[in-house]
Write a protein that binds this ligand. Structure first.
Ligand code: S3P
Length: 454
């Protein structure tokens, strides 16, 4: 779990071009869902390519605590013996989801219509993130939540005894909120309906369909209307988790930052609800070839061949935000080396991620000598052109894996090294980041461990 034990400061500096192949681990969003739906099916689900990062391992532990059999049988290969919809047992201890917003929010949804009481907590980052967006819709099913003031974790949630089906319009574009409601709807009789004005990642819907649930998505004038029939018997599945486009973003951007680079990133998930960064990079003039397009595990994938080249700043359409919500930190880092300004609007959700990512990027980029403008809902980075980011700063990563990786990538193209105060949270989503980047030729090193106050 991030945030406990030793901080791991790291430093990145310019060196040789990046070359070679970058094997990206499994998709974090898909991995969480595979464990949760596996635990709700009747029988044994087999998963390959599971992301073995701390966030996902915490979800695996939670599923075990609820009574499912979760076993590792090889590298990335896991089996889950499910207990069936409504079959969760009451855990005999607090469920700690570490740094994982997706983990805690989806699991709260999955247990909210079963008559058990569970206390959830997480690390300092997760304990500061809003949970009312989850507990409010779960209350409509009949679940009762008691948390700290402001609806923060730790939260004790008592599932509904006689759940009611719910119709809910999500107030923010959030796949976590949508998924929590759908997972709660699994154990409610009748139809649960979620309406989202802007489409967000649809892994839950795809996977529910795969497990045999009756679920339909309709595009209407109001937005996407997703209808799920409750109390299905979920059939166990064999799931091949695609490689994570949000993790791929880091070596892809690093190759675009470092002069002379040429990197192959194979088998990356390109679900349109996730692939917005790649559209933006192409608009900036990035040299990316999408080779060998195919389908794996029900998701579109391709091999990405990325070569360094000059980039121009762009305005990212705000409606693209949900499909690249986790990629703004690394885009902001890249934008610092583009010609002209990159304008990012409609991004206020970044303020409630693992950290306030608008503030974390703004402070870090300023420390590295990059000028910018920021507001409640926007960030504008004034690019300095290739090879002209001063660097030479130590950046606070605020228990946020993506802030840590974004600044290490920028350090590879800065005039002076960039240090991050703590790279430990990288293990939540991308445990192989350091060896993978070093194998490509990146000069990223740990600078000695020390105890953190957290
Ligand atoms: C996720 C949804 C997104 C994203 C997170 C993963 C998911 O969060 O930022 O990293 O797997 O459903 P929101 O739903 O809060 O936008």
């Amino acid at each position: 779990m991030a945030g406990h034990g030793a901080a791991r400061p790291m430093v990145a500096q310019a060196g040789t071009p990046l070359r070679g192949t970058a094997p990206i681990p499994g998709d974090k969003s898909v991995s969480h869902r595979a464990l949760i739906l596996g635990a709700l099916a009747v029988g044994e689900t087999k998963i390959t390519g599971l992301l073995e990062g701390e966030d996902v391992l915490d979800t695996g532990k939670a599923m075990r605590a609820f009574g499912a059999g979760v076993e590792r049988i090889g590298e990335g290969a896991w089996t889950v013996r499910g207990v069936g919809v409504g079959g969760f047992q009451e855990p005999d201890n607090v469920i700690d989801h570490g740094n994982a917003g997706t983990g805690v929010r989806l699991v709260m949804g999955a247990m909210a219509t079963t008559d058990i009481t569970v206390t959830f907590t997480g690390d300092a980052s997760l304990r500061s993130r809003p949970m009312g967006r989850i507990t409010d819709p779960l209350a409509l099913f009949g679940a009762e939540a008691r948390g700290r003031r402001g609806g923060l974790l730790p939260i004790t949630l008592t599932g509904a005894t006689n759940p009611l089906p719910v119709q809910y319009t999500t107030p923010v574009p959030s796949a976590q909120v949508k998924s929590a409601v759908l997972l709660a709807g699994l154990n409610a009789p009748g139809e649960t309906v979620v309406i989202e004005r802007e489409a967000t990642r649809d892994h839950t819907e795809r996977m529910l369909r795969g497990f045999g649930a009756e679920i339909a998505t309709e595009a209407t004038a109001e937005g996407h209307v997703i209808t799920l029939r409750g109390q299905p018997e979920l059939r166990p599945q064999t799931i091949a988790v695609p490689r994570d486009p949000s993790s791929a973003a880091f070596p892809v951007v690093a190759a675009l930052l470092v002069e002379g680079s040429d990197v192959l990133v194979p088998g990356i998930g390109l679900n349109p609800t996730r692939a917005g960064l790649f559209d933006t990079l192409v608009e900036m003039g990035a040299d990316i070839a999408f080779e060998n397009r195919r389908e794996e595990g029900g998701e579109p994938v391709a091999d990405l061949r990325v070569r360094f080249g000059p980039l121009r700043g762009v305005e990212v359409p705000p409606e693209r935000a949900p499909s690249m919500i986790d990629e703004y930190p690394v885009l902001a880092a890249l934008a610092a080396t583009a010609e002209g300004s990159t304008i990012m609007r409609g991004i206020k959700e970044l303020r409630v991620k693992e950290s306030d990512r608008i503030d974390a990027m703004a402070r870090g980029l300023e420390a590295c000598g990059v000028s910018l403008e920021e507001g409640k809902d926007h960030l504008i980075v004034h690019g300095r052109g290739p090879g002209s980011v001063p660097g030479g700063a130590t950046v606070g990563t605020r228990l946020d894996h993506r802030i840590a990786m974004a600044f290490l990538c920028l350090g590879l193209a800065a005039n002076r090294p960039i240090t991050i105060d703590d790279g430990a949270p990288i293990a939540t989503s991308f445990p192989s980041f350091l060896p993978l980047m070093r194998a490509l030729g990146a000069d990223i090193r740990e600078v000695g461990a020390r105890e953190t106050a957290l």
